[in-house]
Design a protein around this ligand. Structure first.
Ligand SMILES: *Cc1c(COP(=O)(O)O)cnc(C)c1O
Length: 433
């Protein structure tokens, strides 16, 4: 096992994912390629769903935050597993529709939905729209009435929490492009407005405090603040929220240094916190929604590259360049994300080599990681980067006109292409001659 039980080695000393030889997968599908272990995604969905039902009741609904990894096949998998989803754009809605995802189980997010997005969501019959601000609320109400619909909504609230300091900081996260702050009075104002409109039906409130969170305390702060807000709204308007969406954000173990999280245990703790908070605030226990993205899909993924140049600069560092880079994984360039990498065709050799793993783009910042521990690499080796299921393909670009890598799903000893590799013809498809 390497980091997770689904990453292992075989008799040939090759890295395996879900029991399949990654060197053989690289040969069959080419590199770079994203490989996803479908059973890991399904198991994560089941863990969330069964824990949510056990601790929040039968009407609990975990949502997959599909911005983490969006392609038609993933919506099918999530639909089969009985979860809902959230979407943040017309393109994600369109992709979900392409997979025949049940529209009533879709939550539509985003801090700047266009009128066209809102119309598309209404026409699709999206179950819930999470309204981010006053103008959007008014636009949605107008479009809904024009279409003769009443749309169920939640309001996005900014509780004012920095999840990485374990304390509510009432000025910190209020400064956000997302949501309506409680402390400024804007949250109560938009609630009153929503209650006055005929095109929308307010069900409750949403908050999302951040990502890659390993502690439960920020969720306690968020739940307490949100439940107190529900109580304050009830006192001010007589409206009692029936739904509370606490967002996503549970962390993922990317390297040996990260600690893991038992998601079922975390959900049990969050449920207890919400129950206590509701009692303390004197409001009825709402239907609780959680929206994991990363923690459902990140660990399932591995990206396979072919090593090209190995450049050792005496007195400086070693550069190992691969045939992908920031176009398939921009996360190191964006925010210094740490990954575990290895040479897949010599996975049992000691990792006694340190290198900066670089991509092939004309950009010095095009790096997968610095100071990465590897087996000594050679041109032609297969380099694997683990836990790339989330925010890799969904953030991929065609920078330097590199065609996007394919997604290969592996399950029970079989591999199938879920998204084919882009061709050069794909690259010029929208260009006018
Ligand atoms: C990004 C996001 C999520 C998912 O976050 P993860 O860290 O991937 O679990 C959930 N809800 C909202 C509103 C988000 O923006």
């Amino acid at each position: 096992m390497i980091l997770y039980p689904h990453f292992d080695t075989n008799a040939a000393g090759h890295l395996t994912v879900g029991g399949m030889d990654t060197v053989a997968l690289a040969r069959e599908f080419g590199t770079p390629a994203y490989i996803l272990d479908e059973n890991v995604i399904r198991q994560n969905c089941r863990t969330y769903l069964s824990a949510a039902r056990a601790h929040f009741g039968e009407n609990a609904l975990p949502l997959y935050a599909s911005k983490a990894l969006s392609f038609t096949g993933i919506y099918r998998i999530v639909a089969e597993e009985g979860l809902g989803i959230d979407c943040v754009s017309g393109g994600e809605l369109y992709t979900a529709k392409n997979a025949d995802f049940p529209a009533e189980r879709i939550y539509f997010h985003g801090n700047n939905k266009t009128d066209a997005d809102l119309r598309q969501a209404l026409l699709m019959g999206v179950g819930t729209i999470v309204v981010d601000g006053m103008e959007e609320l008014e636009a949605l109400d107008a479009i809904a009435r024009e279409l003769g619909k009443t749309q169920k909504i939640l309001l996005r609230i900014t509780p004012g929490i920095d999840p990485h300091t374990h304390r509510a900081i009432m000025t910190g996260n209020v400064d956000s492009k997302f949501g309506n702050a409680i402390v400024t009075g804007q949250a109560l104002a938009i609630t009153k407005k929503a209650l006055s409109l005929g095109g929308v039906v307010l069900a409750g409130f949403h908050c999302h405090i951040g990502s890659q969170i390993f502690d439960i305390e920020p969720f306690r702060d968020a739940a307490d603040i949100m439940l107190k807000f529900i109580a304050d709204v009830k006192a001010a308007t007589n409206f009692e929220a029936t739904e509370l969406n606490l967002g996503g954000g549970l962390g993922v173990r990317y390297t040996e240094d990260d600690r893991g999280i038992d998601y079922a245990d975390a959900i049990a703790k969050i449920a207890e916190i919400v129950r206590e908070g509701a009692k303390k605030s004197g409001v009825a226990m709402p239907r609780v929604i959680l929206e994991p993205g990363r923690s459902l899909v990140a660990a399932a993924g591995v990206t396979l590259y072919t090593v090209g140049s190995v450049k050792e600069i005496p007195g400086f560092r070693n550069y190992v360049s691969v045939d992908g880079g920031m176009p398939d994984n921009p996360r190191y360039a964006l925010y210094g994300s740490q990954y575990t990498a290895l040479i897949a065709n010599r996975a049992n050799d000691p990792k006694d080599y340190r290198a900066t793993v670089a991509g092939r783009c004309c950009e010095s910042g095009d790096l997968i990681g610095e100071g990465m521990a590897l087996q000594a690499p050679r041109r032609g080796d297969i380099l694997a980067v683990l836990c790339t299921g989330a925010y890799n393909y969904s953030m991929a670009s065609n920078y330097n006109r590199l065609p996007r890598a394919p997604i290969v799903l592996v399950k029970d000893g079989k591999a199938k292409i879920a998204v084919r590799r882009e061709s050069y013809e794909d690259l010029v498809r929208c260009d006018q001659k």
